[in-house]
Design a protein around this ligand. Structure first.
Ligand code: SF4
Length: 253
């Protein structure tokens, strides 16, 4: 932690930002969270500052049990219903039939295909009508996130990275101070938690997100929700995507 003075300033700044976001986007504001510590802190802050907010999470069908438990724990604590965003069943079936259930270990484009079908597309469909959403991104999470802005207005909906300036320690201390529920996988050495087959615990000295898609290089380790993949990966994934969609269309005929 930075010390009490900085914590107070950080919290005040974040509270002001949440209030401003509420004033600008009103009922079109949401939180999209994977129920890691950052997401729960965002839910807690939004409930305190705004009195309520739409909360959405992506259930890819490959989530660890600890994350599924978190959905229920957060719902119980705040008396809310978290919207589960799920992939299109026909797309998942066609992808698995073509490339196998664990295709992501084969190549970055295949992993990108899986992330697109299980996460990126379902989220894009679910965000229709959402004007802006809070994320749990922090600059300290990895090299690829070091320049994350507070308000990302590059696309629609607007992404609000309200915790961009928080450290992992700030988040952990807020969690402890307010008795927030947390994913039990943190107790097993995980520092970032995604789909079960694509996440492992991290070792001392590793990047917080080193356990995500650990078999890939650093630059590839984003799922497309927050960053565009490199053009090459995207183009190859597009070809794979077209094949899967063609299979879906064939089956529907
Ligand atoms: S994290 Fe892994 S299992 Fe989850 S959507 Fe991406 S590739 Fe698929």
């Amino acid at each position: 932690m930075h010390g009490d003075y900085f914590v107070k300033v950080l919290l005040e700044e974040t509270t002001v930002l949440v209030r401003e976001a509420g004033a600008e986007f009103g009922g079109a504001l949401a939180i999209v969270t994977s129920l890691q510590r950052e997401g729960v802190v965002m839910v807690d802050l939004a409930m305190r500052v705004l009195g309520g907010i739409r909360v959405m999470t992506i259930d890819t069908g490959r989530m660890p049990a600890g994350t599924l438990e978190m959905m229920e724990a957060v719902e119980a604590r705040y008396g809310i219903r978290i919207e589960r965003i799920r992939p299109d069943e026909a797309e998942v079936a066609a992808m698995v039939e073509t490339h196998g259930r664990n295709l992501f270990y084969d190549s970055v484009p295949k992993r990108s295909l899986c992330c697109n079908i299980r996460k990126v597309w379902p989220l894009a469909r679910a965000l229709k009508g959402v004007g802006a959403y809070f994320t749990g991104l922090r600059r300290g999470q990895s090299e690829t996130r070091k320049d994350v802005p507070l308000f990302d207005r590059a696309g629609a909906p607007v992404k609000i990275n309200a915790l961009a300036g928080w450290s992992a320690e700030d988040v952990a201390e807020y969690t402890a101070a307010h008795g927030l529920p947390e994913n039990r996988l943190y107790g097993e050495g995980y520092t970032s938690i995604g789909c079960e087959p694509c996440t492992r615990p991290t070792k001392a000295g590793e990047d917080e997100r080193a356990g995500r898609w650990w078999w890939e290089t650093d630059e590839a380790r984003e799922c497309g929700l927050h960053f565009s993949p490199s053009g090459k990966v995207e183009r190859t994934a597009d070809v794979l995507l077209r094949e899967v969609l063609e299979k879906v269309r064939e089956k529907a005929r």
